[in-house]
Design a protein around this ligand. Structure first.
Ligand code: SF4
Ligand code: FES
Length: 158
């Protein structure tokens, strides 16, 4: 049986930053500071400003495009009168050298708090995250090494 994709409510995780037409959600516990957001749209994502996310500083479609590049699922968006983010198909699993498994697709994750429906996530594989099954950046602090070749990737779901 095909599982329905996550709903807008499923993806509304963390603190909300509201602008006309678009809301950005940020779950700090799942941010590993890859900085795709800061590089992609510095006028909206700027850790030197308060609040650090200001979605009203750019057109909603540009905000959405950058939110979707957040590999960990720390960032989500909701567009007024529009469908929630569609999961990638097929689901992909990509090991980051010396870091987490980055997963993208129609996800059902079992967590201590119950099932989490997701479209993007970074899963801990160093074993030291304080927010399992998600990566919380601890692998960097402890200098964990994965030991594999630098660019290994794989796909599931075909
Ligand atoms: S994990 Fe997501 S929210 Fe955190 S810095 Fe990277 S792109 Fe931004
Ligand atoms: S892989 Fe990032 S905390 Fe374990």
């Amino acid at each position: 049986m095909t599982q329905l994709p996550p709903t807008a409510e499923d993806l509304a995780q963390g603190r909300a930053y509201v602008a006309p037409g678009v809301t950005v959600y940020y779950d700090a516990r799942r941010c590993v500071h890859v900085a795709n957001c800061v590089r992609g749209l510095p006028e909206v994502f700027d850790t030197a400003q308060r609040p650090w996310i200001q979605p009203w500083q750019a057109p909603a479609e540009r905000v959405v495009a950058v939110v979707r590049t957040c590999p960990t699922g720390a960032l989500h968006y909701a567009l007024e009168a529009s469908e929630p983010e569609r999961p990638a198909d097929p689901t992909t699993v990509r090991p980051i050298p010396d870091g987490p498994l980055v997963v993208s697709g129609n996800l059902s994750l079992q967590t201590p708090g119950g099932e989490v429906r997701e479209v993007r996530a970074a899963l801990c594989r160093c074993g030291a995250s304080g927010n399992k099954p998600f990566c919380d950046g601890t692998h960097l602090k402890i200098g964990w090494k994965s030991g594999e070749a630098p660019t290994v990737s794989g796909e599931t779901g075909r």
